[in-house]
Design a protein around this ligand. Structure first.
Ligand code: PMV
Length: 358
């Protein structure tokens, strides 16, 4: 277990600081997405203040440019709790990382800085600066592994503050503020991570045309969960860096990159049909094609390609990198041979997590 404590100076509430505006730019949410607040209102605070980790099944990177993507929550999450601290002590944060991140590399200082700025942004936007608080976050989402840890962190902290101060934020407000936090971590996020961290549902996602704060979120239901292996490379990767490098390449070769984004969009929409039909061989083939497109975007790596190869050699129906890439994780669809795939990854020195998605 690892504990990091950050201290923030106490500051008076700034002029014009306020809670997120319900009317302005809140992401759209279809009525069929249940409200986590309503669903969890009888649960204890520690459980309520939860932000989900996620995997992107199909569509990362292209989603930043307006393509569709499919993402789903994973049974790894951040849980946050807020307590009052003695007056004048400012805000302190303890971050406790659990077993699932035991293979991660040491945390670079830049992550701590982003975490600190994320909490400052949340406190400012909620009009809570000046309070003396202790925020405790327990994480089972490995950091910088393509599993949406930054969005899960933001959502957990926002929900914990919401609970502590009885702000009664709705999910759209939580999601909007988490999106703004993601902009600190990712630069130009699509909004998919914060959406799944907030709603905790498998979704087909497309960011808004005019503003990234207004997105299309369509819940995807599957009757049988997807049997998955997550292969964790152990190499940390900052999504901000991979997103920025794809952006530079797109600026240099817009036609080439837009063609790839278009291909990925097509794969995602076919993926929705495969999911609905529970056609795992088809879905697996689409994941393979998506990985090939991500290789064209230059966001794969030697380790990620090795993990994908191990998955195939041991019976996976499809495999691809998930999240920002260049490090982080892959996902493998394994309706049969799931344990074999996971064991082969572990035998090759990687961490493997088995889970059902959806
Ligand atoms: O690496 P992660 O888990 O933060 O996922 C990033 C997904 C991208 O599509 C690469 C970026 C985004 O904002 O959608």
């Amino acid at each position: 277990m690892d504990t990091e404590v950050f201290e923030f100076p106490s500051a008076p509430p700034g002029r014009g600081e306020r809670r997120p505006d319900r009317a302005r730019g809140a992401p759209t949410r279809p009525a069929s997405v249940p409200s986590a607040t309503a669903a969890q209102s009888t649960q204890p605070a520690a459980q309520r203040a939860c932000g989900y980790g996620k995997v992107i099944l199909l569509g990362e990177h292209a989603v930043v440019y307006g393509s569709h993507a499919i993402a789903a929550p994973i049974p790894l999450a951040m849980r946050a709790r807020v307590q009052d601290a003695p007056a004048g002590q400012g805000v302190s944060l303890s971050l406790i990382e659990g077993e699932a991140s035991e293979h991660r590399a040491p945390a670079p200082a830049v992550v701590s800085d982003v975490v600190q700025r994320t909490v400052e942004l949340i406190l400012t936007q909620l009009g809570l600066r000046g309070h003396a608080l202790h925020i405790r976050v327990v994480s089972s989402v490995p950091r910088a592994m393509g599993l949406g840890s930054s969005a899960a962190f933001a959502v957990a902290v926002i929900r914990a503050l919401d609970w502590h101060f009885k702000l009664e934020l709705d999910d759209a407000q939580v999601n909007l503020l988490a999106f703004r936090c993601e902009a600190l971590s990712h630069g130009t996020p699509s909004g998919i991570d914060n959406t799944v961290a907030t709603y905790g549902e498998m979704v087909l996602y497309q960011r808004g045309e005019q503003t990234r704060e207004v997105s299309q979120i369509q819940p995807l239901k599957v009757s049988h969960p997807l049997p998955l292996v997550i292969g964790v490379s152990g190499r940390r990767s900052l999504t901000a860096a991979t997103v920025a490098s794809v952006r530079r390449a797109w600026q240099q070769h817009p036609a080439r990159y837009e063609a790839i984004f278009g291909q990925i969009d097509h794969l995602v929409l076919q993926g929705v049909q495969a999911l609905k039909a529970e056609d795992w061989p088809r879905l697996g083939a689409l994941m393979d094609s998506c990985h090939a497109q991500l290789q064209h975007l230059q966001v794969s790596s030697r380790e990620l390609d090795a993990l994908v190869r191990i998955a195939h050699e041991n019976g996976a129906m499809g495999a691809k990198l998930t999240g920002g890439g260049r490090g982080g994780s892959i996902i493998a669809l394994c309706p049969v041979d799931r344990d074999r795939v996971a064991q082969a990854m572990r035998a090759a020195g990687y961490q493997a997590l088995t889970m059902d998605l959806g």
